[in-house]
Design a protein around this ligand. Structure first.
Ligand code: SF4
Length: 406
């Protein structure tokens, strides 16, 4: 059997590919690209049909972060001209969420910049979760508040949260190259805390930081081991004013190969195209829907995405359908595997009957790392053409008086 039929076969049986097979996917040529997409597309359709899940970000607190994640526009010392504001009130957050839900999203991802939350912050976010749940029946809510302290995950779950996002970002061996104010182990610990509390864990990566193929495969295998229900794949947005502003490594072809590799290594998991979708995939976005079964509708935390209407048209034109509120996102074995999230009545993502999400999402928090700093990039991707023309700092929605994009 050749590489692709072997990977399809393993993907349909949820058998872990070898690292060599995963590396081989990243090393395929542009001439083989459509074969790679077709093969990974079979695995995607086997577990998720032609459904595309829409998630909506609400940035509860923007900028002003004491951490130094080198990829992040909200980091300490960032000169990126992003919005800076402190906590949204529960009704403001609920209003922002309602726009996304009206646009077709079924999950709201509540994100706050910062190392982690105080217990008072958790109380504040719990109020917001309750407000959103009361006003939007069956909605899924994910929280993404940085590192978790003991008991915080349980309290978020009691407040009605279905999921918790905390990305690993990159490989353990290069993590200290992108952040010095917390560790890779801190991140793993937070994902495990979310799991243990019965929340659906969501944890992903950032590509495009100049990392090697080996680093990318490392972080995806670490994610498979952590077994989140959803894996956001961010493509670095090199924000002016951050240490990684010059790191342009991604081409649409490279992004498609990375998404295919993630699909083969995590076949039955919600793979989400997160930040950088528009900037790096550009006209290849519809093709990427053959690999990922989830996207963010509207804007990212600190940068603007394409119009929500354009996303809906793209999904329909590509022959996919928006996943309905009453449809279960995850395959049966995963949907029924987890602990309860207390919102069994809402069909949602299906794990624990309604949990799962993704964040420090994109466009500037938690999950954005930078390239070039990852040291010995054995097979680092060559530099790509900088597309700063496509990077738009968010100037609407949460924290502003302008209507959100949804
Ligand atoms: S990724 Fe999160 S923790 Fe890191 S600098 Fe950005 S907001 Fe702070």
């Amino acid at each position: 059997m050749n590489l692709l039929s072997t990977l399809v076969d393993k993907g349909l049986r949820r058998e872990l590919p070898t690292r060599e097979e995963a590396l081989a996917v990243l090393a395929t040529s542009d001439d083989e690209l459509l074969d790679v997409v077709a093969a990974a597309g079979r695995v995607r359709r086997h577990w998720f049909g032609r459904r595309v899940k829409l998630n909506y970000l609400v940035n509860l607190k923007s900028g002003l972060c004491p951490e130094d994640c080198s990829y992040c526009s909200q980091r300490l010392g960032s000169k990126a001209g992003i919005l800076k504001y402190t906590w949204l009130k529960p009704d403001e957050a609920s209003e922002a969420a309602a726009a996304g839900l009206a646009g077709g999203a079924k999950r709201v991802c509540l994100v706050a910049s910062g190392r982690g939350s105080t217990d008072r912050d958790v109380d504040r976010v719990s109020e917001t979760i309750k407000a959103i749940k009361e006003q939007n029946e069956g909605v899924e809510v994910c929280a993404c508040l940085g590192l978790l302290s003991d008991g915080q995950a349980e309290r978020l779950r009691e407040a009605g949260a279905d999921a918790y996002n905390h990305n690993l970002n990159t490989s353990e061996s290069t993590y200290a190259d992108i952040t010095t104010t917390h560790t890779y182990a801190d991140r793993v610990d937070t994902v495990q805390k979310a799991h243990a509390a019965g929340l659906s864990a969501c944890s992903g990566l950032i590509a495009g930081m100049g990392e090697s193929d080996e680093d990318l495969v490392d972080v995806v295998y670490s994610l498979r081991e952590l077994d989140p229900d959803s894996v956001p794949v961010n493509f670095l947005i090199p924000f002016e004013g951050t240490p990684l502003a010059k790191e342009w490594h991604l081409t649409p072809q490279r992004c498609l190969r990375i998404l295919a590799m993630v699909r083969f290594v995590c076949p039955d998991v919600e793979v989400r195209i997160a930040g950088g979708r528009e900037v790096h995939l550009r006209s290849m976005q519809p093709l990427a829907l053959n690999l990922a079964n989830s996207i963010f509708l509207g804007d990212y935390l600190t940068s603007e995405g394409q119009a929500g209407k354009a996303d809906l048209e793209m999904i329909a034109d590509a022959g996919f359908e928006v996943e309905g509120a009453g449809e279960v996102t995850l395959p049966e074995h995963r949907a029924t595997a987890g602990g309860g999230c207390g919102s069994h009545e809402s069909a949602g993502c299906g794990s624990h009957e309604s949990a799962g999400c993704g964040s420090h999402k994109s466009g500037g928090c938690g999950s954005h790392a930078g390239g070039g700093v990852c040291g010995a990039a054995a097979t680092a991707a060559p530099a790509a053409e900088p597309r700063t023309d496509l990077v738009a700092v968010r100037r609407r929605g949460a924290g502003t008086d302008l209507a959100p994009n949804a």
